[in-house]
Design a protein around this ligand. Structure first.
Ligand SMILES: Cc1ncc(COP(=O)(O)O)c(C=O)c1O
Length: 363
C-alpha cells in the first residue's frame, strides 16, 4: 500500500482548477509582488484569526525575525523559548545577537512549561517565544500572565498551529505577535516558502510592514534597516484558494488525529495529548515509543514513511554550543527527543491507510 507522509499531490488534484486559474491570473497580470492577491490574502487571514493586522511575509523564519526586529531585540538581550522546537525559533534570536534562554517543556503537550518561565527571567529578558508545537497551542493564558507581570511581549511561534484554537480563540491571535509558516507541508501550505505575522498593535504592524520591505516608509526612503521579507503574489494566489477550503481540512486533520489516538490506545506507545482548552491541527501526528529505531524499521519494512520532529533539542545542537548548555539541563526535552516519531498525516490519509499503519505498529 502506497502511503505518503503528507499527500500534497492529492490536495493539488482536489483544488487544481481553482489554483491553476488563480496562479495564471498572476502570470497574465504580471503583478508578481504585492497587489490584489496579497491584499485579499491578508484581509482573509485577519478575518480568519480575528487579529486586527495580518501581514504576509517570506517565511515563518522571517516572520519570527521581523517580529524580534520590530521589538528592537538585539545584542545583549535575552529571549526565553523552548529547546524542543525547529531550529528557526532560536536561530533568529542568535542572528540578531541576542541570547536564547531555554525553558523545559511540559511532559504532556511538549510545549514550554509556564511554571518554569519566571525563574528564567532576568533584567536582560526582552521577550518570550512559546512554540505551539505539532499543531497545539502552548498554554498562552499562563504565559501572557507572566509576561504581563514583567512587561514582556510574547511572540507565539505558530508555524505549526495555524488553524488551531485555544479557549476558542485562534492561534496567531493570542499574544503581542503571532508568527506562522506557509511552508508547503504545513497545515496551510503555499507552493514555495511563505509566512505571516499577526498583531493587534497598529504601531508594530506599521513597523513590520516597513521592515519586510527594506525599512521603507515610502519608495527609496528608508526609516529602518530591514530585509526583503515579502510574500509574493503567486504564493498569495495559492493560499487564497487553500484558505477557502481550510476549515474542511482542519476538520479532517482533527478526525484523523483523534482516530489515531483511539486506534493506538492499547498499543505500546504514548499518543499525543490534546489539552482540554485546545484543538489541534495536527501539523504532525507525533507519538512516543521506547525503541524508536525498531519502530521506524518495522514501519519502513512496510514502506510506511516516518519522521522525527526533533531528534536533538536545541541546547545540544553544535550551533548553540556558545550558549553553554549541557546534557541534563532540560531532561524532559531530552527524553522526548529520544522517543518521539511522527506518522503519516494529511487530510487525505484514508481509513484503510491508517488501519494499515496502526496494524503495523501493533504487529
Ligand atoms: C516551530 C517552527 N518554527 C519556525 C519554522 C520556520 O518556518 P519556515 O520554514 O517557513 O521558515 C518552522 C517550520 O518548519 C517551525 O516548525
Amino acid at each position: 500500500m502506497k502511503i505518503n507522509f503528507i499527500d500534497l499531490k492529492a490536495q493539488y488534484r482536489e483544488y487544481q482548477s481553482e489554483i491553476d486559474s488563480e496562479v495564471l491570473e498572476v502570470f497574465s497580470s504580471a503583478q508578481f509582488i504585492g497587489g490584489d492577491k496579497l491584499n485579499k490574502l491578508e484581509n482573509s487571514l485577519a478575518t480568519y484569526t480575528g487579529a486586527k493586522y495580518a501581514i504576509g511575509c517570506s517565511s515563518g523564519t522571517d516572520a519570527l525575525l521581523l517580529s524580534l526586529m520590530a521589538l528592537d531585540i538585539g545584542e545583549g538581550d535575552e529571549v526565553i523559548t523552548t529547546p524542543f522546537t525547529f531550529i528557526a525559533t532560536a536561530e533568529v534570536i542568535a542572528f540578531l545577537g541576542a541570547k536564547s534562554v531555554f525553558v523545559d517543556i511540559e511532559e504532556d503537550s511538549y510545549n514550554i512549561d509556564p511554571t518554569k518561565i519566571e525563574d528564567a527571567i532576568t533584567d536582560r529578558t526582552k521577550a518570550i517565544i512559546p512554540v505551539s508545537l505539532y499543531g497545539q497551542c502552548a498554554d498562552m493564558d499562563a504565559i501572557n500572565e507572566i509576561a504581563k507581570k514583567h512587561s514582556l511581549p510574547v511572540i507565539e511561534d505558530a508555524c505549526q498551529s495555524f488553524g488551531a484554537t485555544y479557549n476558542g480563540k485562534k492561534s496567531c491571535n493570542l499574544s503581542t505577535i503571532g508568527c506562522t509558516s506557509f511552508f508547503p507541508s504545513k497545515p496551510l501550505g503555499a507552493y514555495g516558502d511563505g509566512g505571516a505575522i499577526f498583531t493587534n498593535d497598529e504601531e508594530l504592524a506599521t513597523k513590520i510592514r516597513m521592515l519586510l520591505n527594506h525599512g521603507q516608509n515610502e519608495r527609496y526612503k528608508h526609516k529602518y534597516i530591514g530585509i526583503n521579507g515579502r510574500l509574493d503574489a503567486v504564493q498569495a494566489a495559492v493560499l487564497n484558494v487553500k484558505l477557502k477550503h481550510f476549515d474542511k481540512e482542519v476538520k479532517a486533520r482533527d478526525e484523523i488525529g483523534s482516530r489515531y489516538n483511539d486506534l493506538l490506545e492499547d498499543a505500546d506507545v504514548i499518543t499525543p495529548k490534546i489539552c482540554e482548552n485546545n484543538t489541534s491541527v495536527f501539523a504532525q501526528y507525533s507519538m512516543r515509543v521506547k525503541d524508536r529505531e525498531a519502530m521506524v524499521a518495522k514501519l519502513s519494512e512496510k514502506e510506511i514513511p516516518t519522521a522525527v520532529h526533533y531528534p536533538v533539542p536545541l541546547h545540544l545542537q553544535e550551533a548553540f554550543a556558545p550558549l553553554g548548555y549541557k546534557e541534563g539541563d532540560f531532561p524532559i526535552s531530552e527524553e522526548v527527543a529520544t522517543q518521539i516519531m511522527s506518522l503519516p498525516m494529511s487530510p487525505y490519509l484514508t481509513e484503510a491507510q491508517q488501519d494499515f499503519i496502526v496494524q503495523t505498529i501493533k504487529g
